[in-house]
Design a protein around this ligand. Structure first.
Ligand code: PHE
Length: 345
């Protein structure tokens, strides 16, 4: 044994490679085991001349240490490779699949539902093709009452050639679902009615012949206008941020008395005035009011015992405000360049 010999072994150890646990074991047997190269060098150490013992001893100890370090390093590498291989999903296709995105109206609708579900509202749904009774009649729209003109209705012709309006129509609001709930359930009632509605309007950036609503209805004993205001304030803050303010302006709907329209402080300029809020600092987001006793009675609910509030909002309107979408038509054109922008939402 001589110094050069140890040096050569040290070089071999530095270059030591192992691609599998088996190869690593071979290296361990060769260098680090009891019968390995290093052990035999320690064996030969006995025969080294006394004056060289110190130098040899140091070199040998260093060699042993280097071999152990290299071995540990290789072991770690092999384990990391194994872990990586185990994490690979071999059932995946090699081409990446372009996933679709959630539609902004679905995102906003679900957010509205989430917010109200936290204060006990559940969802009720109903048909889009409705009869006059559920859309107007039971909601206190008198026959021939001009209030029916508030919502330009698409009537469905029952028979070919018959032009005059029939009883069957496309619902103009999801209040029709509320009449269905009120006629089949007794209070307490706390429902949200999301869905698509239709109105005979010319299509432009600001109007469409169909849009989406979420309406809400709460009926119980002693429900007051203060409850309505508080529920809507909670909604506005959850939807548009803690600093959002609301204001209620008197309005008219046949099915609520008193009725109001709710504005929120413009979330684009923060209430200071901008083009979006027409410099007023406020934007209208929904209609609401206390359910008219006539409506409760026509649905079979005792208006002397129960009272309630209702509200209705356009999902497109809320989405416009939330995402600053200027043209309503974008929501129904399905242009992927528009839809892709909601990927992370
Ligand atoms: N149904 C009304 C509309 O579509 C909205 C509304 C609902 C107003 C409930 C008041 C109470 O315009």
């Amino acid at each position: 044994m001589n110094i050069d010999n140890i040096q050569a072994i040290a070089e071999d150890i530095k270059r030591m490679q192992a691609a599998s646990p088996e190869e690593l074991e071979q290296l361990r047997l060769k260098y680090l085991s009891k019968k390995g190269v290093i052990a035999s060098l320690f064996g030969a150490f006995r025969d080294v001349a006394a004056e060289q013992k110190k130098e040899f001893g140091q070199k040998l100890n260093l060699l042993k240490q280097q071999a152990q370090e290299r071995f540990d390093q290789l072991k770690e590498e092999i384990e990391a490779q194994k872990e990586k291989a185990e994490k690979q999903d071999l059932t995946r296709t090699c081409d990446s699949i372009a996933l679709g995105t959630r539609h902004p109206l679905s995102l906003v609708k679900e957010e509205i539902i989430n917010i109200f579900s936290r204060i006990g509202f559940t969802v009720a749904e109903g048909p889009e093709v409705e009869d006059d009774k559920h859309v107007f009649g039971m909601l206190n729209f008198a026959p021939e009452h001009p209030a029916r003109d508030m919502q330009d209705t698409f009537f469905i012709e029952k028979e070919k050639g018959i032009q005059k309006p029939t009883d069957i129509l496309l619902r103009t609001h999801t209040s029709s679902v509320q009449t269905r709930v009120m006629t089949t359930q007794q209070p307490p009632i706390r429902v949200l009615c999301p869905g698509r509605v239709y109105r005979n309007e010319a299509i432009s950036a600001r109007a469409h012949c169909f849009f989406h609503q979420v309406e809400g209805l709460y009926i119980d004993k002693n429900v007051s206008f203060a409850d309505l205001r508080q529920a809507l304030l909670y909604f506005a803050k959850e939807m548009f941020g803690e600093n959002t303010k609301i204001r209620l302006r008197p309005s008219y709907f046949p099915f609520t008395e008193p009725s109001a329209e709710m504005d929120i402080s413009c979330n684009i300029c923060g209430g200071t005035g901008c083009g979006f809020c027409k410099q007023t600092g406020w934007v209208e987001i929904l209609g609401c009011g206390m359910v008219d006793p006539n409506v409760l009675e026509s649905c079979g609910i005792d208006s002397k015992v129960y009272s309630g509030f209702a509200f209705g909002m356009g999902v497109e309107r809320i989405a416009n405000l939330k995402y600053s979408v200027k043209d309503l038509r974008l929501f129904s054109e399905n242009d992927v360049r528009f839809l892709e922008q909601f990927e992370a939402c």
